[in-house]
Design a protein around this ligand. Structure first.
Ligand code: FAD
Length: 231
């Protein structure tokens, strides 16, 4: 499905991430974790990029969240105002979760949090009783997109546990200060062998997580992934 949609709301999430909300078109169904193709006019030409829906299918708007890179497509989005339009088509993608497994472990790197918040919000709103652990890896405290929303969800959903790890944490950060590792997973998620795995982030993060999971004897079939290629 393809729609021209007008921006309803713009939410600044961090110093370099913004969410863009649009009315959800009639008949537009999607699964948590899916992405859309967003087309914008950039320097006179139409440029199209994939962006994950950070909204949940339980909501009556759709939203994507872009890491602002300072590059041309990103700058057009960054300068968007309420009422401006974008062409959105989709949904696409197979890294989805609607409660079909009893236990899952979600691993996100940076802006790879976008499908994970959709999954967590959907499962919370729908009172899905799957047990979800989410480990988010970021550089610094200031890069934690959706921290408030995720923490609130964790308080209202006893099946949801969320952890953050920072690779360039400040001295005051209490928590993990490293990349997601086998040791971290073994310590924090001792029943990891009973789980399905979802990985989303930049390609190098996803590949490194796949290697880590393989070294822990997790079969490939247990792992779903989305590589945020192009940045
Ligand atoms: C399935 C999928 C889902 C995605 N979901 C999201 C999402 O939810 N949020 C999100 O933010 N992104 C997401 N992405 C990535 C997104 O589509 C873009 O590729 C990414 O955000 C970078 O786009 P950009 O226009 O900002 O940068 P680009 O201009 O595409 O830059 C990408 C890279 O190209 C190089 N480059 C390009 N121009 C220059 C320049 N002028 N100077 C120097 N280097 C340059 C750099 O290496 C840069 O890092 C997703 C990707 C996929 C495949």
């Amino acid at each position: 499905m393809k729609f021209e949609l007008k921006v309803l709301e713009i939410i600044k999430r961090t110093h370099d991430a913004k969410s863009f909300r649009f009315p959800r078109p009639e008949g537009f169904d999607y699964k948590p974790g899916q992405y859309v193709l967003v087309s914008l006019t950039v320097e006179g030409s139409v440029v199209t990029k994939p962006l994950t829906l950070s909204s949940s299918p339980t909501e009556d708007h759709i939203e994507f969240t872009k890491k602002l890179t300072g590059h041309p497509f990103s700058n057009v989005l960054d300068n968007m105002k309420i009422g401006d339009s974008a062409v959105v088509s989709g949904p696409f993608g197979k890294m989805t979760f609607e409660g079909e497994h009893e236990k899952v472990l979600l691993l996100s790197g940076g802006i790879g949090i976008t499908p994970m918040i959709s999954i967590c919000k959907y499962c919370t709103d729908m009172h899905i009783d799957s047990n979800i652990v989410l480990i988010c890896s970021n550089k610094t405290e200031n890069d934690l997109v959706f921290r408030k929303e995720l923490d609130e969800m964790m308080h209202s959903n006893s099946n949801l546990k969320i952890m953050y790890t920072l690779t360039r944490a400040s001295e005051s950060w209490i928590g993990y200060k490293e990349r997601i590792s086998d040791k971290m997973i073994i310590n924090e998620v001792p029943d990891y062998m009973e789980r399905r795995f979802y990985i989303c982030g930049p390609p190098e993060m996803v590949h490194s997580m796949e290697e880590t999971l393989a070294s822990m004897n997790i079969q490939k079939e247990m792992v779903k992934k989305e590589l945020l290629t192009g940045y």
